[in-house]
Design a protein around this ligand. Structure first.
Ligand code: SF4
Length: 354
């Protein structure tokens, strides 16, 4: 069977106003993970439009497209083209889970939520010539999942080829976050077996790693065992964790001993009222300055995340937030616009009320 896995490029990736390097950071690990479930004699091509032009004149039997909100129109155009050629087209990802009816108009099969249970089921159905139009994930586990087919990734085209994900989701539930929408209907936080995660790290060449997990510290037992296992591997790495996990003593030190040098931390807002309104209770009454100092004292660079547009934000929120970040010596920051994606706990966007 000929299988084509495609990550269409985000609209802004080709805009002169955005830096291309931002869009060639990480390889499409999700698609490489799906590829691992295919048969050894399947002919698989994985293409990421952010780093290479797509070859659209081929003739795959099965096409799988990962869809983000900002690549949705591009994804649909590619899907329509392949369907017109007779390929069976599958769409999945965050945007498909948010707006399944829209995506279904461009697909033979759509996938809602993560794919560890539904993708193997679909493949079995497809090979028996009875694929379903919709697969909804309910049984979630990474235990026994095959390692991602990293051999399909063109490593040389990426700034950070050693990205890695050893868990799915997050134990928290913040109103603005994609997480609840994507993981509804099943578990929303689960991890690999520690030995599997360590084996995957061991297979990665070079020295630097970039964990893309939402919250690498979310399961203390798992994280402790992972960090202990990584000690002595000589790796240097970046990850994401909550403010709460930064302030908790013990685990952060173990991470640093294992090579943590940069942490993405969700500060989100300087307003307690905003935190309460968004259900970000793990940040309530936490000392942001102490968290930043603690990371710096341990030699960890801070990549701070902030969200603008919450109800307690006034016109001064931008300058105030940036000034605070600069005053703390925060090395890098990511600023997001609060966006009420379907399926999140935020009320639907309305121009009238905004
Ligand atoms: S802690 Fe972060 S990843 Fe977890 S639900 Fe909140 S915003 Fe999402």
């Amino acid at each position: 069977m000929r299988v084509k896995l495609i990550l269409p490029s985000l609209t802004e990736a080709h805009s002169p106003f955005f830096r291309p390097v931002k869009y060639s950071l990480f390889p499409p690990l999700g698609l490489a993970t799906l590829a691992a479930y295919l048969d050894p004699d399947d002919a698989i091509v994985l293409q990421d439009e952010h780093v290479e032009p797509l070859e659209l004149n081929d003739a795959p039997h099965l096409v799988v497209i990962q869809v983000y909100i900002t690549s949705a129109y591009r994804a649909y155009a590619i899907a329509d083209r392949y369907r017109a050629q007779g390929a069976h087209v599958c769409l999945g990802g965050l945007h498909v889970t948010s707006l399944p009816d829209e995506a279904a108009r461009h697909a033979d099969t759509i996938f809602l939520g993560p794919g560890e249970d539904t993708w193997p089921q679909f493949l079995a159905d497809f090979r028996m010539d009875r694929p379903q139009p919709l697969y909804r994930s309910t049984q979630r586990s990474l235990l026994g999942a095959p390692p991602a087919r990293r051999d399909l990734i063109k490593r040389q085209l990426y700034l950070v080829p050693n990205s890695i994900v050893v868990s799915r989701g997050c134990p928290h539930s913040c109103d603005f976050c994609y997480k609840e929408a994507f993981f509804q209907g099943g578990r929303s936080f689960y991890t690999q077996a520690v030995d599997d995660a360590l084996a995957e790290i061991d297979r990665l060449p070079g020295r630097h790693l970039y964990f893309l997990d939402d919250h690498l510290f979310g399961n203390v037992r798992f994280a402790s065992a992972l960090f202990d296992g990584m000690r002595g591997m000589g790796r240097l790495w970046q990850a994401a964790g909550t403010l709460q996990s930064v302030l908790r003593s013990g685990l952060l030190e173990r991470a640093v001993d294992a090579g943590l040098r940069s942490l993405f931390v969700g500060f989100e807002t300087l307003s307690q009222q905003n935190l309460r309104a968004q259900g970000k209770t793990q940040n309530l009454d936490r000392d942001y300055t102490a968290a930043t100092r603690r990371l710096h004292d341990l030699g960890v660079m801070v990549n701070a995340s902030f969200v603008f547009g919450m109800d307690d934000d006034g016109p001064d929120v931008f300058a105030r937030t940036v000034e605070w970040a600069v005053s703390q010596g925060i090395e890098t920051a990511t600023f997001h616009i609060l966006t009420p994606y379907p399926g999140t706990a935020l009320p639907p966007f309305s121009f009238a009320s905004s």
